[in-house]
Design a protein around this ligand. Structure first.
Ligand code: AMP
Ligand code: MN
Ligand code: MN
Ligand code: MN
Length: 279
């Protein structure tokens, strides 16, 4: 039997993706995706349009969001919530609260960037924003590329926007326990996004998995567009050890800007329990 082509992590222009929710779903369909979740950062505003497009095209669709969480010593980790009731008031209020800090952060980022010669970055980033509530580092990165300071987004992060670089501003996102509560109350499943991408020591990473599990977290992205083959093996091992459900995720942001296109990832190791098995 042909394995299900599930892609449970991608972004539309309701957060920092390039495509509208409907265009994203069309692309997923063209790429052979059978089951899709739209997971905009701290946002659920694109879900209805995506659901309608998915219904019209005959793709299974589940709700999603990628919540920004502060963890440990000024680290940010991302928790994907899947298959929840998007009308749940606690989830709606929690996400609104997480989003509400973004604008002031963006002003601070622009001030820091101005000090290193990148002027007008707030207005510049805004030109790339599809949703005024959701200005992100990706929008600044697009502006900095447009201005010719760097040749691509990756270089912008390396020089200016990653932690420790001149345009980085530390920020208080959601608490891990709150993010997990909102997802659980709304009837969803919480998944640790791209676990290889955090700048944590192996011991710190393990602490994250232990805390996540203790707080009711259930899943982990074993296959992510940003994972190497070795990282897929590593996090398959973590899924076995902790009893986590396994997710499969492109983290697609747009044509030309992403590691991998929608639905084009390797399959999960067959012994793992997919996060969608119970749906
Ligand atoms: P923010 O939520 O505003 O902190 O922005 C985070 C987003 O920036 C992530 O979701 C990615 O889309 C993007 N991003 C973070 N690090 C990198 C990187 N090294 N290269 C390219 N994009 C990145
Ligand atoms: Mn992003
Ligand atoms: Mn992420
Ligand atoms: Mn993402």
């Amino acid at each position: 039997m042909k394995p299900l082509n599930a892609d449970l992590h991608c972004h539309s222009n309701v957060s920092d993706g390039l495509l509208s929710p409907a265009a994203l779903v069309e692309r997923a369909k063209a790429n052979g995706v059978d089951l899709l979740a739209l997971t905009d950062h701290d946002e659920i505003g694109g879900l209805e349009a995506a659901r309608q497009a998915a219904a019209a095209l005959g793709i299974r669709f589940v709700t999603g969001t990628e919540i920004s969480v502060s963890w440990g010593d000024d680290q940010t980790v991302h928790i994907v919530g899947l298959n929840f009731d998007e009308r749940h008031p606690e989830l709606i209020a929690g996400l609104a609260r997480v989003r509400s800090g973004r604008d002031a952060r963006a002003e601070l980022m622009a001030a820091e960037l101005a000090k290193v010669g990148i002027d007008d970055a707030y207005a510049g980033a805004l030109k790339f924003v599809g949703n005024p509530a959701l200005i992100s580092r990706s929008h600044f990165a697009r502006y900095i590329v447009e201005r010719g300071f760097a040749r691509d987004i990756k270089t912008v992060f390396e020089h200016w926007l990653a932690k420790g670089k001149p345009g980085y501003v530390s920020h208080a996102w959601a608490e891990l326990s709150d993010a997990l509560d909102w997802i659980r109350m709304a009837g969803g499943v919480a998944v640790i996004a791209h676990p290889a991408r955090y700048r944590l020591t192996p011991a710190e990473r393990r602490e994250l998995f232990v805390a996540f599990k203790a707080l009711g977290g259930q899943g982990i992205e074993v296959v992510s567009g940003s994972h190497t083959e070795a990282e897929v093996r590593e996090f398959a091992g973590i899924a076995r050890e902790f009893g986590f459900l396994a997710s499969r995720a492109s983290d697609f942001h747009g044509p030309g800007e992403s590691y991998i296109d929608l639905g084009r990832m390797v399959q999960l190791p067959p012994d793992l329990t997919p996060v969608w098995e119970a749906w």
